[in-house]
Design a protein around this ligand. Structure first.
Ligand SMILES: [Zn+2]
Length: 209
């Protein structure tokens, strides 16, 4: 029988007493209510940005929140820094970005400081979407029935072969075709690009980049 996250004992030691300031309170709230670990050491948070993370978590369906972590990579860590650095200190992107990473065998969501609720929700969506992929093998999500069902429902088709998927690191190395309504064509932008690039409307085959 499954226990709710909130009723499970914390797998991590209790936070050090830092004087009862707000950040500790919000970190504790994320841990207790959602099973998510907000990392504060070496990160750029303020009260507003911490509250945005809590707001985003509160808007997700409970069954999604419960699966943000995984048996494979453990609970989800949320970081905030302008350098695209994961918990290990590795610089995942060359410039500031919002992204999910399991490169180090951990579930990590790295935010550029001071993001809004919709951006945090978008990245939490990736944490859910990629929760079962092996470290650094994000493309392998396309082997999962859940993703195949989603693509079928929204009109996306994978053009690349299974061998292409097996060899790929992520979706930027794969090719897709889109048969859905026109409104969806502008979803195919690489996350780390913060300016909107629109694919050519005449192209029926679009890379998710
Ligand atoms: Zn995205």
């Amino acid at each position: 029988m499954a226990a709710s996250l909130a009723s499970l004992p914390s797998l991590l030691p209790a936070p050090a007493d830092r004087g009862g300031g707000k950040p500790v309170c919000q970190v504790q709230q994320a841990r207790d209510a959602y099973g998510v670990e907000i990392v504060t050491d070496g990160q750029n948070w303020d009260e507003t940005s911490l509250n945005v993370v809590l707001d985003a978590l509160s808007r997700l369906p409970p069954h999604v929140v419960k699966q943000l972590g995984s048996r494979i990579h453990g609970r989800l860590y949320v970081l905030s820094n302008p350098d695209s650095r994961s918990l290990s200190g590795a610089k995942v992107y060359s410039s500031g970005a919002n992204f999910y990473s399991n490169n180090d065998g951990r579930n990590e969501l790295v935010l550029y400081p001071n993001q809004g609720t919709l951006t945090v929700l978008h990245e939490l969506g990736h944490a859910y979407q990629l929760r079962l992929t092996p470290p650094g093998r994000y493309a392998w999500v396309f082997f999962q029935d859940e993703m195949r069902d989603f693509m079928q429902a929204t009109g996306w088709r994978l053009v690349s072969s299974d061998a292409d998927v097996a060899a790929a690191m992520d979706q930027t190395q794969l090719t897709f075709a889109y048969d859905g309504p026109a409104v969806w064509q502008f979803m195919s932008n690489n996350d780390r690009w913060r300016t909107m690039r629109t694919p050519s409307p005449s192209s029926s085959t679009t890379r998710l980049s």
